[in-house]
Design a protein around this ligand. Structure first.
Ligand code: GRF
Length: 296
């Protein structure tokens, strides 16, 4: 249960403990304050007393938890939490987003399609990150490999999938119709090995990004994926490698760079150990960078 909460609120163990303490103390304070205030209202029937009590608790609770959150250093978490509840019940101003939905429904909902052809560890991290997000949804997994691990992830997570054929992707309509039907606003490539057709880039201008397991512009281009990238980095005796998140254009691994993170190679680095380190960096940064981009 605690793990689930850590995932949901994206916090570590220590912070989770402080949040739960704040909830407990804030809740008790609310009950105490409400009971102290009740005599102020000269109320007749019991049902009216209950209604007023509930209203009072509803009003006092946010104030109490916010106050208690200050000494525990959790004010930023609780102000966000309370705003989120407020937005859900239709109070307060909803935040605007950088990428607007181009579809005429739920204007502040952004639907992402993840394109992946492999194991899907990045896809899983992205799904986990946005699981309870108020505005961003993973609406579709697109894959060209019917036996890819990412499809099992999609089925476990209840996310619709689109298994595409190379033929229709390149010589057909690049599945733009299906993406529109699924109301997709933004495309995230995470281990997708087919080149993105120009028609799709034009349909989603500035709204397709990719992650590459090296520091572009070096070690990119056709054939540079998986082990080949890490082997090339080691063969060249590089001291650093890393990850690059970039916009997708008509060329392989070429669009404008959005973000890079570095890793210092160890003395005995192998392609496999390097791949593991790079994966860690990808998992740490890709979901956060996507969220930042969509809010920019
Ligand atoms: C990642 O290393 C990514 O950089 C590259 O493909 C790999 C996908 O790995 N584009 P996974 O399927 O997410 O585990």
């Amino acid at each position: 249960m605690f793990e689930r909460l850590q995932q949901k609120w994206k916090v570590k163990g220590g912070q989770l403990a402080l949040i739960l303490i704040t909830f407990a103390v804030g809740g008790s304070l609310t009950g105490y304050a409400a009971r102290q205030l009740m005599p102020v209202f000269a109320i007749g029937p019991a049902w009216l007393w209950i209604v007023v009590y509930i209203l009072l608790v509803t009003l006092l609770w946010p104030i109490a938890v916010l106050l208690i959150s200050i000494p525990f250093g959790q004010f930023p978490f609780f102000i966000k939490y309370i705003k989120k509840i407020g937005a859900r019940i239709g109070l307060g101003k909803r935040q605007e987003s950088g990428v607007r939905s181009s579809h005429n429904r739920e204007p502040l909902q952004i639907h992402i399609a993840i394109f992946a052809s492999g194991a899907g560890s990045n896809a899983q991290k992205i799904i986990d990150h946005f699981r309870d997000h108020e505005k961003i949804r993973i609406g579709l997994i697109v894959c060209n490999n019917p036996s890819a691990g990412v499809l099992s992830i999609a089925s476990r997570e209840g996310i619709p999938t689109l298994v595409i054929s190379k033929e229709q992707f390149f010589r057909g309509d690049a599945y733009i119709k299906e993406l529109n039907e699924n109301k997709i606003d933004f495309i995230v490539l995470a281990g997708f090995l087919l080149k993105i057709p120009v028609a799709l880039i034009k349909a989603y201008p500035g709204k397709i990004i990719n992650i590459h397991p090296a520091l572009l512009p070096r070690y990119g281009g056709k054939g540079m994926y998986g082990r080949a990238v890490h082997q090339a980095v080691i063969d060249a005796k590089e001291k650093k490698s890393g990850i690059t998140i970039h916009y997708v254009d008509e060329l392989y691994d070429h669009g404008k760079i959005i973000f890079q993170a570095h890793y210092d190679l160890g003395a005995d680095e192998t392609p496999q150990s390097l791949a593991e380190q790079i994966h860690k960096l990808e998992h740490e940064h890709y979901p956060r960078v996507i969220e930042k981009l969509l809010k920019a």
